[in-house]
Design a protein around this ligand. Structure first.
Ligand code: PEP
Ligand code: MN
Length: 337
């Protein structure tokens, strides 16, 4: 931590800053320049973080040296984390495609999609059983019945399952059927849920909130890591901006930023960002080129009959087409698919 003092700081105020640092068991290092005095603090930065140092008279600015997301940071762990999801690797040099319908509507619908995406090379099956819907009158998912359908589709195709958990009370039941728990964008800062999925020890897919910064996303991941669970995969799915030609603005710059800041895998969901299927392949290709560790894409055999997010779901044949392009890009950026 570096404390920059105001130009005219009094000796008394400077001494007060030094005393507070010593009180916390840390070591202050005062350096007096011609115009400014700067106090470097040596020791556990976390201890100082909770102190409102800016409130002390004579302090102009406090600059942390370390990222507040300690366990999630590259400094903490320089090598990439690779998360094992039911035998499928996510992270490192793997490019992993997760695909499936937005929501589990029936066994027939989910199994048809599962078979098609598996055939095309997807490695993990997605599908919502508990759906976060903007309207309370919209279809909310089949609940546990949906989880049972997912489990049967997994047994049938060999694909592990990722599905959303919206509430701490659902963690136990979802854990019984799925291989990975998804925390949706709306719950990125549901700290109780983050701690609970952390305690579950299960792989977690953590989606970025539509108004969450990259730093906030990493802080949310930190909750899961701090609960003793290092099996976290991050997901960029678009953020809210003034642009209204797409559902959300896909922030692809988040990918290299996360790669620099963190050892955790980062994948991209182009479907929820675009909100329309025709943009999905291009956004997915961009994500692969940016160095993402995979994509998660919504697929439906009859999008016009989908009970949720119909306009953004790809037909299986278009998904297969997209996979061909992704394979070429993954190879070009040194990843295996
Ligand atoms: C989803 O992936 O099913 C979903 C609801 O996405 P998000 O949380 O990103 O809106
Ligand atoms: Mn959806």
């Amino acid at each position: 931590m570096i404390i920059i003092c105001k130009p005219n700081i009094s000796e008394g105020a400077l001494q007060h800053i030094v005393d507070r640092i010593v009180e916390m068991g840390l070591v202050p290092n005062v350096s007096r320049g011609v115009h400014r005095t700067v106090v470097g603090v040596i020791g556990e930065e976390d201890q100082l973080r909770s102190m409102p140092l800016e409130a002390i008279e004579g302090v102009e600015q406090v600059m942390p040296v370390l990222a507040p997301y300690k366990r999630a940071s590259r400094e903490f762990q320089p090598v990439d984390t690779i998360v094992d999801v039911g035998g499928v690797a996510v992270g490192g040099s793997h490019f992993t495609v997760i695909a499936g319908p937005c929501v589990v509507e029936s066994e027939e619908q989910t199994l048809a999609v599962a078979r098609a995406v598996q055939e095309a090379g997807a490695r993990i099956l997605r599908g919502g059983a508990f759906k976060p819907r903007t309207s309370p009158y919209s279809f909310q998912g089949l609940g546990e019945e949906g989880l049972k359908i997912l489990a049967r589709c997994s047994a049938e195709t060999g694909l592990p399952i990722v599905t959303e958990v919206m509430d701490t009370r659902q963690v136990e039941v979802v854990t019984r059927y799925a291989q990975m728990l998804q925390v949706g964008a709306r719950n990125m800062q549901n700290f109780n849920l983050l701690s609970e999925v952390g305690r579950s020890g299960m792989p977690v897919l953590l989606k970025r909130g539509s108004s969450g910064t990259v730093r906030e996303l990493l802080m949310s991941a930190e909750y899961i890591l701090a609960a003793g669970n290092a099996r976290v995969v991050l997901c960029e799915r678009g953020i809210r901006t003034f642009e209204d030609s797409v559902r959300f603005t896909l922030d692809l710059s988040c990918v290299p930023t996360v790669l620099r800041e963190s050892h955790l895998p980062i994948i991209v969901d182009p479907s929820h960002a675009a909100g329309r299927w025709d943009l999905v392949p291009a956004l997915a290709r961009g994500a692969a080129a940016m160095g993402a560790h995979g994509v998660m894409v919504e697929v439906h055999c009859c999008p016009e009959e989908a009970r949720c997010d119909g306009p953004q779901q790809l037909l299986p044949r278009r998904f297969a087409e997209m996979m061909g392009a992704l394979r070429a890009i993954a190879r070009a950026v040194g990843k295996t698919m």
